[in-house]
Design a protein around this ligand. Structure first.
Ligand code: ZN
Length: 247
């Protein structure tokens, strides 16, 4: 039986579903604003055309959909068969004709949304493995997708802005990046929202902070995700260094 409303009941999951749908709509709107000839132009990501970004976002939806299928059926279904398979899929996707690329983007997103909508309430805590090898409840796929659609909409480079990302999404994304850095790098960063004074640190961080970084929330998001250093300063007021790699 087809249901027209989410079967999930956890308020956190329902809130994440609202965010991802908003983000998907934002990505689709930016894509629809591009003419076919513009798809082969460079994106804001080094070495990637807009077509690469669109293909990656489409195949990401399919990969996450495989994780939702896994949770639904209990039959293991990896997000990608290998890192090489993921990369060659993107290179191939970037050569698709504009119509096929737009079709991939729309249909993969709709299929994923339907899979979430129809996932029975008791399956949302089922543990799956992400492409990075992390074991997470399948509910995490909603947030993983949110990060993709919000950031890559901006990466299309046709007017998407970090200011458009909802503040609570930006805060959570910054927290994710800081936590990833602290698990890997020796330098700790404390980020300060220049407008509000709010501070961001890695979860569970106890180390003495080595560097304070100040900017508005959108500029902090752009900096932590490696997109831009504009408007970002050190605690001493100098220009911010290049952020460490995130993913
Ligand atoms: Zn991505």
């Amino acid at each position: 039986m087809t249901v027209l409303t989410d079967r999930a009941t956890d308020p956190a999951v329902l809130s994440d579903l609202r965010d991802v749908r908003l983000g998907q709509a934002y990505f689709s709107r930016k894509l629809n604003e591009l003419r076919n000839a513009e798809l082969l132009e460079p994106s804001r990501l080094a070495g990637w055309t807009r077509a690469h970004v669109i293909a990656h976002v489409g195949y990401n939806a399919r990969g996450l959909n495989r994780l939702v299928d896994w949770a639904e059926s209990g039959v293991p279904s990896p997000m990608y068969s290998s890192p090489d398979a993921r990369a060659s899929e993107i290179s191939f996707g970037a050569t698709l004709a504009p119509r096929a690329l737009r079709h991939l983007s729309d249909h993969a997103a709709i299929a994923l949304d339907v899979a979430w909508r129809d996932l029975p309430v008791e399956r949302w805590s089922f543990v799956v493995r992400t492409a990075q090898g992390r074991e997470v409840p399948v509910s995490e796929t909603v947030w993983l997708r949110s990060r993709e659609v919000w950031l890559h909409a901006i990466d299309l480079g046709n007017g998407g802005r970090f200011e458009d990302v909802p503040a609570h999404v930006a805060r959570r994304l910054i927290g994710d990046v800081l936590t990833t850095w602290s698990s890997r790098d020796s330098i700790e960063y404390v980020l300060v929202d220049a407008a509000t004074g709010e501070e961001f640190r890695a979860a569970g961080s106890t180390a003495q902070p080595a560097e304070r970084i100040r900017a508005t929330l959108p500029a902090l998001l752009a900096w932590t995700t490696g997109r831009s250093r504009a408007g970002v300063t050190t605690g001493a007021g100098g220009p911010a260094p290049q952020a460490p790699r995130w993913l």
